[in-house]
Write a protein that binds this ligand. Structure first.
Ligand code: HEM
Length: 553
């Protein structure tokens, strides 16, 4: 074999091409590189930059970069780079506000392109006018006035979950399996308006989504798998194809069913048809108290208003899929393909995030028995001995439960990082400039553990969300749902659903868990989860307490 300086010819040529590209990139992007050189970050070597630091997850990578840069309390920025590409993590809440609060810095990072075969131009990854038009259509369908119509279905599905859990009382179960299936079924019946009993494929769908997330995450950390032509040839690419088949078949079936129902004259989604139990719907009192109370109860965002807080008129109380189909039928604003992409987006964002959030919550309740008992005391004050389902008004009174949910989302935000693309140079509070072309990373997982904002950041303490403590912090130091014009459209849906689901479980079962939160093995493959699953044991509340077993861990 021919050799050059001891290397096979092909290896020498690849090495030379890489070196020339590197030199060319450094010249072509010299302004970007000069600005980024002023940003703090761990040592970057020529050619490989910080690739030597590659970790298993984005969270781990940025934890490492922050430690190495030593910037947590100073500048609040940490940079990593490779070739001509630069990624900057932003930790300082005032800088987070500059990015998330802006109506300019809205473009998602290039890395989101790996979602395209799954979500197409869905709301999560689209940009420009497409995103703006679709956001205007979708945000009102998650307004509280629409969500209140779901209360009956949230209750009905929560009770169905409890019946499934009855069968595993006393056993160690991975609660995430149950939460995934339930959250898919709830989405089908509420946002999509179809009866879940005709689908019955929620579990398979949820498992396919979980594996897809693993693949996307692995791909992001393997630059050689970035070109589509190569990825599609390897086993992982083929597995992705088969998973997408499972995922897309469910969404197509949902669309087919709802379209057929509408053709047969059933114009109203399930949420409008089944609201027959007077106790379950929002009553007059709840209607009246919505405008003020709900803004604080369903927006962690006191002071962070967004388009979910805008008024929607009486006529606009239509849930997501019916609104999409109405618009698609009435004109040229939405094509069939676009409707399908939005359904895929809502199905994904709407179930995996809340399944993780509720599983972390129950794991934490299982560990912190005293906090669990305080939640149950609050529920007893609201419901007494009655087994009645929760009303919307009840959820407004679940103040301590809400603090526990928020504290769970602080320590274990289901979306642990957000990434944006800088379309221009952006000046931070410290005067440092993030250059145009940079991937901006907002690591909520780390922001939520900033010791300058939270006195004991690693301790699970629901009182962190007492109004007086919240007012002492920067608004952008707690952003589990992101914030600003591109905030999560499902934020209020998630909080209302979580309150009904988790209060129903806690009223029925006493939860126990043995693994302390400091020992959770976290994995940040798109959605934050535990590698070992979410093992808990459940006991019927009345008999377990009567047997005097409730106080110990
Ligand atoms: C605990 C539950 C949830 C959490 C923590 C959460 C968190 C987030 C975050 C952080 C983002 C911004 C992502 C980014 O910029 O990369 C986001 C966006 C989004 N979320 Fe959620 N989410 C939750 C539940 C939901 C639910 C229930 C739905 C729908 C039913 C939903 C639908 C969406 C959509 C469509 C977007 C994209 C919005 C846009 O770009 O305009 N999410 N979510």
């Amino acid at each position: 074999m021919a050799v050059i300086m001891g290397l096979p010819v092909w290896a020498a040529l690849v090495g030379l091409a890489t070196l020339l590209s590197y030199v060319w990139f450094r010249i072509a992007f010299r302004e970007r590189m000069a600005l980024s050189a002023k940003l703090p970050g761990p040592t970057a070597y020529p050619l490989i930059g910080n690739l030597y630091m590659i970790k298993e997850s984005t969270v781990e990578l940025f934890k490492y970069a922050v430690n190495a840069a030593g910037t947590f309390n100073e500048i609040g920025l940490a940079k990593i780079e490779w070739m001509h590409r630069v990624a900057v993590a932003v930790f300082n809440p005032a800088d987070v506000e500059i990015i998330l609060g802006s109506s300019v810095h809205l473009e998602k990072a290039k890395e989101y392109r790996f979602f395209k075969p799954w979500l197409g131009e869905g709301l999560l990854i689209s940009s420009g006018d497409t995103w703006r038009t679709h956001r205007k259509l979708i945000a009102p369908t998650f307004h509280l006035n629409v969500l209140k119509q779901f209360v009956y279905l949230f209750n009905r599905n929560s009770r169905a979950l409890c019946r499934k859990l009855d069968a595993v009382v006393g056993q160690v179960v991975d609660i995430h399996d149950y939460m995934s299936e339930t959250t898919v079924e709830i989405l089908l019946e509420t946002a999509m308006g179809v009866d879940r009993s005709t689908q019955n494929r929620g579990y398979d769908y949820a498992m396919a989504v979980m594996k897809m997330c693993e693949i996307l995450h692995v791909r992001m950390f393997r630059p050689w798998l970035w070109p589509d032509w190569l990825f599609n040839m390897v086993p992982m690419g083929r597995e992705q194809k088969s998973l997408l088949h499972t995922i897309h078949s469910l969404t197509r079936e949902v669309l087919k069913k709802r379209k057929a129902e509408r053709k047969q004259g059933v114009r109203e989604g399930l949420y409008k048809r089944v609201v027959t139990d007077k106790d379950d719907v929002a009553d007059g009192d709840a209607e009246e108290s919505t405008s003020e109370t709900s803004v604080s109860s369903y927006g962690y965002t006191t002071g962070l208003r967004d388009d979910l807080d805008d008024d929607v008129g009486e006529k606009k109380r239509i849930a997501f899929l019916d609104q999409m189909l109405d618009v698609a039928e009435n004109g040229a604003v939405l094509s069939d393909r676009e409707v399908e992409e939005q359904v895929n987006t809502i199905m994904f964002e709407g179930h995996d995030t809340t399944a993780a959030g509720s599983s972390f919550f129950l794991s934490l309740m299982g560990v912190h028995q005293d906090i669990q008992e305080r939640c149950v005391d609050e529920l007893r004050t609201i419901f007494g001995d009655s087994q009645r389902p929760a009303t919307f008004q009840d959820t407004l009174e679940m103040k301590y439960l809400e603090r526990c949910i928020n504290e769970t989302l602080r320590l274990f935000p289901p979306v642990p990082v957000i990434a944006r693309h800088a379309t221009e140079n952006i000046q931070m509070k410290s005067g440092h400039v993030i250059p145009e072309g940079t991937t901006i990373v907002i690591p909520q997982y780390l922001i939520h553990r900033d010791p300058t904002q939270y006195p004991n950041p690693e301790v699970f303490d629901p009182d962190n969300f007492l109004p007086e403590r919240c007012s002492e912090r920067h608004f952008y130091s707690f952003v589990p749902f992101s914030a600003g014009p591109r905030s999560c459209v499902g934020r209020k849906y998630a909080m209302l659903k979580l309150k009904i689901l988790l209060s129903t479980v806690l009223r029925k079962f006493h939860v126990r868990a043995d693994v302390l939160e400091k020992d959770f093995q976290l994995t940040g493959d798109i959605i934050l989860k535990r590698k070992e699953g979410f093992p808990v044991r459940l006991y019927p509340r009345s008999t377990h307490q009567a047997a005097g077993q409730s106080g110990d861990r």
